[in-house]
Unconditional design. Structure first.
Lengths: 314, 350
């Protein structure tokens, strides 16, 4: 039964579809929303790392997702060797910091001042490389690090939240708070902010920008490491699942803007909720497709909005 | 006979007799022609227009699916075909096969072209890295969606109609596909060579150099950008349609919408050869194909590691490409007149 015109269609949609969602299956939506928020906090942390390096070094890192997965495998490796994977949130960022600095010294420092497309393509190469190396090191199986944290029940057991997700959400919030304080108070944080504002002026005033770039990239990798360790205990890891994380963080950054942490957090949670709802409504097999299509839709929407003012996304 | 005619004639003769002189490398050469088409059409955006797209793979995959689906659906039920999977319960007769083939290949060019025209207005309004990431997402989203649609086989993929029995051998089939892909490469090259010599080519270069200024000069840049993308989509779609037949099997994310392989190859080949030149993508594709095949043979299992390293090395250390390097070294051969005093001044500056 297809409704004949638009007005009818929306009435139909409202009457049956939204009615079903909000009144017939409210618990499903509560469940999806809570899951989405806890997932979104993770996305926001990864996106904040991307915004940091984008703002400071003017680089879009396609290998961001691979850094996340790499951080997750560190936690998984600890789990395999008998240590509780939750400690991964401490160990993984430390290791990932040095991975990030190494990556900067090897490749990224040669593309910092160049065209943005060069950096996109170069990091795309790194991401293919990292995927394959992880594939060799850990195998192509989907793995998960069991944390045995148990689950919390709400509303007489109608909504279940794994404690691991709550743990990972808290870890991400704490990491973000520490990062913000560090960027405001410490000497390096001030140098990073100065370089982001004007790299040349910062250089003249005695900031070692090369060192600032290296540690920015390292901090970004460390943030990815924390997020990755959280993903290892709450979701699943697979060498080839990095790219969706890159696209999600890119999406969050273009919605929220560079260096705006509250906006990053809100749009991260919004994306998380969107994904969980999409999961329930159109099916898990279209989840990744929904994320990528949403990015296209957002960009095209913003392009049309700006073109009314005769401007364009740049 | 001047040098250029000799070059074209020798390339044409190589292509025409290639299938008989190197029968063992027929498949490799057909791949090479497909890769040349991909690199040259990428260069319309990436090199000539300055719009670095990762999304041309979308048209490749759509063309591939359209060519086979049309060929099947003209005579059989598509859903029953994909349900049957590998079992060849449906067999095309000889006239059916060729009718379907012709229509399928034709539509595999036209439908991606229409898609490019429809989405072009929205997507080509983005610039710089937003365009790059948006097209990257477009290609991957298409692959993921194709992986969920049942009628074209979902994640399982679908088989392509096989060469009809009683009409030559397998040898004839591979020769047919060889000449088809060679013809496509020749047509693409000739068309683009002509297009770059017209006003169209000049407008594309003007868009690359300064789009705002081009618009201020009274050029409808959007119209040219969309036409440029439609041209690319047409040839890429045809290449996809032929590639489906060469493979004999279509799978959504690894073969049709293969972002990490063909999607990156086309960018890499054009950059390796030198983007923004007519010959660059052709040279780049040839060298890349030789490199790739030797990697794939000698470093089996490590080929993607090698690919990643290759991307980083080419992009970071060799961004102007072979043609760019040649142009810098022998500017006279490219018809550039260099003032002697100017050159001396440059030398002293260095």
């Amino acid at each position: 039964m297809l409704p004949s015109n638009r007005g009818h269609f929306f009435k139909y949609l409202e009457k049956y579809f939204m009615d079903f969602l909000i009144f017939q299956a409210p618990m499903l939506m509560v469940q999806a929303s809570i899951d989405g928020i806890l997932l979104g906090i993770l996305f926001a942390l990864i996106a904040y790392g991307m915004a940091l390096q984008w703002g400071v070094m003017n680089i879009i890192n396609i290998a961001q997702g691979e850094l996340v997965i790499m951080g997750g495998y560190i936690a998984y490796f600890m789990y395999l060797s008998g240590i509780h994977p939750a400690f991964g949130v401490i160990v993984s960022p430390i290791i990932m910091y040095f991975v990030g600095v190494g990556m900067y010294k090897l490749v990224i420092n040669k593309v910092v001042d160049r065209d943005l497309f060069i950096s996109i393509l170069a990091t795309f190469g790194i991401s293919i490389l990292a995927q394959q190396l992880m594939n060799f090191a850990f195998g192509a199986d989907v793995v998960v690090a069991q944390s045995n944290f148990g689950t919390t029940m709400l509303f007489d057991g109608m909504v279940t939240i794994p404690n691991a997700k709550i743990f990972s959400g808290l870890v991400c919030i704490i990491a973000a708070i520490i990062l913000v304080i560090y960027m405001k108070k410490s000497k390096l944080g001030r140098a990073i902010r100065a370089t982001a504002q004007n790299a040349r002026a910062a250089k003249i005033l005695g900031v070692n920008t090369e060192k600032v770039y290296a540690s920015t990239f390292g901090i970004n990798a460390a943030l990815c490491g924390i997020a990755g360790a959280c993903i290892a205990i709450t979701f699943t890891l697979h060498p080839y699942t990095g790219l969706p994380y890159t696209v999600r963080s890119f999406m969050i950054v273009i919605i929220a803007g560079l260096g705006n942490l509250p906006a990053v957090a809100i749009s991260g949670m919004g994306l998380g909720i969107f994904e969980e709802w999409a999961d329930y409504l159109i099916g898990t097999e279209f989840r990744i497709a929904a994320v990528f299509s949403l990015l296209v839709i957002i960009l095209v929407y913003r392009r049309f909005k700006l073109s009314k003012k005769r401007e364009y996304l740049k | 006979m001047n040098r250029n005619t000799l070059l074209y004639a020798s390339l044409l003769i190589f292509g025409l007799v290639g299938a008989f002189v190197f029968p063992a490398y027929k498949l490799q050469l057909s791949f090479l022609y497909i890769l040349i088409v991909l690199a040259m059409t990428w260069d319309v955006q990436g090199g000539q227009m300055g719009y670095n797209t990762f999304g041309n793979i979308l048209f490749f995959g759509v063309g591939m699916y359209v060519a086979s689906s049309v060929q099947i659906a003209m005579f059989f039920s598509l859903s029953e075909w994909t349900d049957a999977g590998g079992e060849k319960t449906f067999v095309h007769t000889v006239p059916q096969f060729f009718q379907g083939f012709a229509f399928g290949i034709l539509l595999s060019g036209i439908i991606p072209m229409l898609i490019a025209g429809i989405i072009g207005y929205g997507i080509l309004g983005l610039r710089g890295h937003y365009f790059a990431i948006c097209t990257l997402a477009l290609g991957i989203a298409a692959g993921e969606i194709a992986g969920g649609v049942e009628i074209i086989g979902a994640g399982q993929g679908m088989t392509v109609p096989v060469w009809p029995k009683g009409f030559g051998s397998n040898e004839l089939s591979s020769q047919f596909l060889y000449y088809l892909s060679f013809a496509l490469a020749v047509i693409t090259f000739t068309f683009l060579k002509w297009a770059y010599s017209t006003r169209f080519g000049l407008v594309l270069n003007a868009i690359r150099d300064n789009e705002d200024k081009a618009e201020a000069m009274g050029i409808y840049t959007m119209r040219y950008k969309i036409i440029g993308w439609m041209v690319s989509a047409f040839f890429v779609g045809l290449a996809g349609g032929i590639m489906g037949h060469i493979n004999g099997y279509i799978e959504p994310t690894e073969i049709a919408f293969a972002g990490p392989t063909f999607g990156v190859f086309m960018v890499l080949m054009a950059i390796l050869g030198g983007k923004g030149t007519l010959w660059g993508p052709l040279v780049g594709a040839t060298i890349f194909h030789i490199f790739k095949e030797s990697f794939w043979t000698f470093f089996l299992g490590w080929q993607y590691v090698a690919l990643g390293v290759l991307i980083v090395v080419i992009v970071v250390y060799f961004p102007e490409g072979i043609m760019g390097w040649l142009r810098e070294k022998y500017p006279e051969r490219f018809g550039e007149v260099i003032d002697e005093a100017d050159r001396k001044a440059q030398v002293t500056l260095k």
